[in-house]
Design a protein around this ligand. Structure first.
Ligand code: NAG
Length: 339
């Protein structure tokens, strides 16, 4: 494909999305806009009427059962475990510690869309998923969710999941995954895990899966300019979300956002795990995500880049988009080859 053809394909609007997906994306964008205030706070009261929740189901439903476990009561930190029925389980399953998206400020593991996404992942691979209810901005800013991620890894390392079922998971085959802001969290938790070095009993982070990670910077990339008014992650919304999450006075070149940018050390810990990165062709964040892959490669790290040219941001949480199933299959093969 010539460069000209490629750029005209890239500016094409995502017409092929099913009606259900377009309605859901418009609704979510409207919820974002109605609940975030210009003074940087979120109207949580209004949000509580729009934000549906699901209960755990300890008896298996369509091949997966779920259990909520408290990790740290003082931080209201808990995880929802998704445990697939596996008829003949020869050995403990790999564990995915999963961080949901929502711009660091929205959503939770019991949101119906994320409950369903984690079920699909747990069942298809199969793998046990622990979806993390980390603290949200702007009430809790950087580095609260990164610290919550480490607290969950300590919880797993202590063997606390055995309370649900002996030998359910193999802590030496642990993966961190997430989408959007959750993928940003997975990256930073992996760094903190690697920096802690030998401080772990059994837990090993064998890989990270970053689905359309939310990275950014002061610069406007080509895809941000081209897709500035995209649903969910328009530039205006992402700027607001960074202000809500980053420490007071920081700009988007803070290391949390621009991880290999001018204000970052640019270093990566020795034990930083292999990565799989998922990129969508209609996502304004795609240029930051490709740069991230290049930066990992430049540091000699293993990266598997998976591109979906037709994908919008958050595509895989909509079961009507077939690329989601392909992505989950690829996650499975990444886990099999690194677990
Ligand atoms: C932000 O605005 C809301 C609604 O006007 C108000 O209730 C809240 O106190 C304000 N918060 C700050 C930190 O200014």
């Amino acid at each position: 494909m010539s460069d000209g053809a490629r750029s005209s394909a890239a500016v094409k609007s995502p017409k092929k999305q099913p009606l259900k997906v377009r309605l859901a994306v418009s609704f979510l964008s409207a919820v974002l806009d109605a609940t975030r205030r210009s003074n940087g706070t979120i109207n949580r009261r209004l949000l509580s009427f729009l934000d549906l929740r699901t209960s755990p189901n300890p008896v298996s439903h369509r091949g997966v059962r779920t259990v909520d476990l408290t990790v740290k009561p003082s931080h209201k930190l808990w995880i929802r475990l998704f445990i697939p029925d596996v008829v003949r389980r020869p050995q403990p399953l790999s564990l995915i510690v999963f961080f949901h998206g929502g711009g660091f400020a929205y959503l939770s593991p019991d949101n119906p869309a994320y409950d369903l996404a984690c079920r699909r992942i747990a069942k298809a691979i199969p793998v046990v998923v622990a979806s993390v209810n980390y603290r949200l901005a702007p009430e809790h800013t950087y580095p609260a969710p990164y610290e919550d991620g480490i607290d969950v890894l300590r919880f797993v390392d202590s063997g606390a999941i055995d309370a649900v079922g002996e030998d359910l998971v193999n802590p030496s085959s642990c993966f961190l995954a997430g989408d959007s802001a959750g993928a940003n969290i997975a990256h930073h938790v992996a760094r903190r895990w690697a920096a802690a070095g030998v401080g772990w009993k059994k837990l090993k982070v064998s890989g990270i899966v970053l689905i359309q990670p939310f990275f950014g910077g002061e610069e406007r990339t080509g895809s941000e300019i081209r897709l500035a008014r995209a649903p969910l992650v328009s530039t205006e919304r992402t700027d607001w979300l960074w202000r809500a999450f980053l420490p007071a006075g920081a700009d988007r070149d803070h290391e949390a956002a621009n991880v290999f940018g001018p204000k970052a050390t640019g270093e990566l810990e020795e034990g930083f795990p292999p990565a799989m990165v998922v990129v969508g062709g209609h996502d304004p964040l795609q240029d930051w995500q490709r740069r991230y892959c290049e930066a990992l490669r430049a540091r000699g790290r293993e990266v598997r880049l998976l591109e979906f040219p037709e994908a919008i941001h958050a595509f895989y949480v909509f079961p009507d988009i077939a690329d989601g199933d392909r992505m989950i299959q690829e996650m499975g093969s990444f886990i099999t080859s690194h677990g």
